[in-house]
Design a protein around this ligand. Structure first.
Ligand code: PLP
Ligand code: COI
Length: 340
């Protein structure tokens, strides 16, 4: 794939050679099928189109200096997709099916795995939706699970350069007892309007607050929020945020670096006490935050006053990437080498 400018890849869709699919029909998952079409043919009354019976995942395959391709914690993504499926009454893809589909999609698109050192990776997008027809509001009885891949660069155009984000006060992405902890499309639909408003105002993303009281920090757009205060890593505990695998990993790395880790409610006012703040996720990796604005309240908080990411965020970012790309020992057993 000589025509791809690996080092300047955006986070976007690019056609690859193949995707894989498995249909759930009559109570059973079918064999994994390989397709070279970017399109799916679905019933116009599919519940995925009408009633939001849809969930997705996002993970990456990384090319190592040693030429080995690694997946990062695929089992966590598989479990989360199972949680999402259970959460909105969809058929649950078994772990083995998830793994085989992901491996197959990566193997069959090997030429799209960005070379080591370019900062890019192969983004893997498992997708599950109700394909069976319903007109009444009911779960489907047929589902399609598929996996496609696309090479990507940094999610935020700033890369690891600090970003500005805006507090969302007029829009919630999820209700307290709603579907925020599942990776279902409806949460993202709810975030689009405020996301576009924020982009127009020059912000990279938004900071969602807890929907009930608007007092605590929930998450940062398509990423979890974390803060560093002295030697402590702090991240919100909330039932309406996505349990981020990146965040879970950063908590382990922070502890391993001798830091204290606190997972608890984080009040917005605490922003003035933090030394570093950031957003984390598969797509975002770590995005250091330099400014959080709350325009409605006329408040803002500033970080990275020297223009650079904070020391602890930088260390965490480097340690995570080193494990993902196979440059450091995988002492927690997080990576799976893809055999070709
Ligand atoms: N929060 C939301 C809403 C997301 O879409 C994502 C991306 O998957 C994350 C957090 C980060 O999760 P992960 O680290 O598992 O990618
Ligand atoms: C991810 O980090 O994988 C995401 O899902 C973020 C976004 C593209 C939805």
């Amino acid at each position: 794939m000589d025509h791809i400018d690996w080092a300047n890849l955006p986070f976007g869709y690019q056609k690859t050679n193949y995707n894989v699919r498995s249909y759930y029909r009559e109570g059973e998952w079918g064999k994994i099928e390989v397709s070279d079409s970017e399109f799916v043919s679905i019933h116009m009354a599919a519940t995925g189109l009408h009633y939001g019976q849809q969930a997705f995942e996002g993970l990456k395959a990384y090319m190592g200096k040693d030429g080995k391709v690694r997946l990062f914690r695929w089992d966590e993504n598989a479990k989360r997709m199972q949680d999402s499926a259970n959460g909105i009454m969809m058929a649950v893809p078994p772990m083995e099916l998830f793994k085989e589909a992901v491996l197959k999609a990566v193997r069959m698109n090997a030429e799209f795995i960005p070379p080591h050192g370019t900062g890019a990776a192969l983004y893997i997008r498992p997708l599950l939706f109700g394909s069976g027809p319903r007109v009444g509001v009911k779960p489907a009885d047929e589902f399609l699970f598929m996996v496609f891949v696309t090479p990507v660069g940094a999610y935020f155009k700033e890369g690891f350069n600090p970003v500005s984000i805006m507090v969302s006060r007029d829009y919630d992405r999820a209700a307290p007892k709603g579907t925020g902890r599942y990776k279902v499309g409806g949460n993202y639909a709810a975030s689009l309007t405020i996301g576009e408003i924020a982009h127009k105002e020059g912000y990279a993303s938004v900071l969602f607050l807890d929907a009930r009281e608007k007092k605590y920090i929930d998450e940062a757009g398509p990423a979890n929020f974390f803060a560093i205060k002295g030697n402590t890593y702090i991240t919100p505990l909330s039932e309406s945020i996505l349990p981020s695998i990146t965040n879970k990993s950063l908590m382990v790395l922070a502890e391993d670096m001798g830091m204290k880790v606190e997972r608890r409610k984080v009040a917005l006012e605490e922003l003035s006490e933090f030394d570093e703040v950031g957003a984390c996720g598969t797509a975002a990796v770590i995005s250091p935050i330099r400014r959080i604005a709350d325009p409605e309240m006329g408040t803002e908080w500033n970080y990275c006053l020297d223009g650079k990411a904070g020391a602890k965020s930088t260390q965490l970012y480097q340690r995570l990437l080193d494990i993902q790309y196979g440059d450091a020992e995988d002492k927690f057993g997080w990576t799976t080498v893809v055999d070709f």
